[in-house]
Design a protein around this ligand. Structure first.
Ligand SMILES: [Fe+2]
Length: 376
């Protein structure tokens, strides 16, 4: 399957992964054949990309970082919790802790997992899906840093609540499809301190360290962050971890003003800020976990051949096993074959194909297949 943005969808494409609304309602089920009507409706539902079937990747199983069910449950918990809070009630600590424990349990059972991005969020549920992803990514990093179970649970809880202060930001600013003015930016930045205040004063039963994640997740190691411009060790380690998770997930998500960035680009951007914005040792642990070329990515090798990633080794995520689809001149291979880049050391990935290039490649290869079959 292939993640394709709505702008590139064409009637006749087949939906490869269920698409849900923020309320968990099924909007499009797997196997649906897209029509123009469906395609036109997707942006109105706040959806910017979906997974479609692709003959070159459909036999591949994208490993789940965490079960979709656990993630959806956590998203629903965060959403309900925030909704209750808006009505003047306290956050439901029990429900949040149960969700945090479920995330930690699963990650502890699947310690070697790599982070493969497969989730699709609508604009509307961005905050909730993002909160849960920050929670998951933070726990993975904490685990690599040798944190104990109790610490991982605090991290998971803090991740879920890190953007709670956004409750107080006007939706027109929160969802603005463009650059924020200086004044709007100042309002937006209040969410860190607001979140901390809400947690500390109105929900004192929430562990203080989780509240500190809300307060400090926009602080940067070099002191360039907000709200207080803390530096280095002044920033709590949990908040230093959540900062990395927060930026990575934001970059790799569809936003109203830009499309999701592929994992390898987000990886490069984080690296630029190694020991500047982000704690270098923590960033190293985080990046070790990222599948830069997730299963199903179309890549070009230094030889010019085009291939699809079929397996990512957890210990060497930058050297996946690929299935070659074309020769060096871009002609379809009559019989695609696999190359293990952990063994073929002279071969490396030099480019990841963008989605329009993948669609063009698919069209070109099927024409070639046809012409081969017809003996042109
Ligand atoms: Fe934030």
């Amino acid at each position: 399957m292939q993640r394709i943005s709505v702008a590139h969808l064409q009637p006749g494409m087949v939906v490869a992964k269920n698409v849900f609304s923020a309320q968990g309602q099924l909007l499009l089920s797997q196997g649906t054949i897209l029509t123009k009507r469906y395609i036109d409706r997707l942006p109105l539902l706040g959806i910017t990309s979906i997974y479609i079937a692709n003959p070159y990747t459909d036999d591949l199983e994208v490993p789940e970082t965490i079960r979709e069910e656990t993630r959806q449950q956590a998203i629903a918990t965060v959403q309900q919790s925030f909704a209750k809070f808006r009505l003047g009630r306290r956050l439901d600590l029990n429900a949040l802790e149960t969700a945090a424990q479920a995330i930690v349990d699963e990650i502890l059972q699947n310690r070697a997992a790599l982070i493969h991005l497969t989730d699709i969020r609508t604009y509307d549920d961005y905050t909730f899906g993002h909160s849960v992803n920050v929670s998951i990514l933070s726990v993975f990093t904490g685990l690599s840093l040798g944190y104990a179970r109790g610490q991982l649970e605090e991290l998971a809880l803090g991740g879920m609540l890190h953007d709670l202060g956004k409750i107080a930001i006007p939706p027109a600013i929160l969802n603005k499809p463009g650059k924020l003015s200086a004044e709007e930016m100042a309002i937006m930045q209040q969410h860190a301190a607001t979140g901390f205040e809400i947690l500390r004063k109105q929900n004192p039963e929430i562990p203080l360290l989780a509240a500190h994640i809300a307060f400090q997740h926009h602080e940067r190691l070099d002191g360039s962050g907000y709200p207080r411009g803390l530096k280095g060790d002044e920033i709590h380690p949990y908040a230093r971890i959540a900062a990395i998770a927060d930026v990575y997930d934001a970059l790799t998500s569809d936003r109203p003003y830009r499309r999701a960035m592929p994992p390898h680009e987000a990886y490069e951007i984080l690296l630029v800020f190694h020991n500047k914005h982000f704690d270098g040792a923590m960033l190293d642990q985080f990046l070790r976990r990222i599948a830069c070329y997730p299963v199903g990515s179309f890549v070009q090798l230094n030889s010019g051949e085009v291939a699809v990633v079929i397996h990512v080794p957890p210990d060497l995520p930058l050297r996946p096993t690929v299935r070659l689809l074309t020769d060096r001149e871009g002609r379809a291979l009559p019989q695609p074959y696999e190359v293990d880049l952990t063994k073929e050391l002279s071969a490396f990935i030099c480019k990841v194909l963008a989605e329009d290039e993948i669609i063009a490649l698919g069209n070109r290869l099927s024409v070639q297949d046809l012409s081969q079959a017809l003996n042109y």
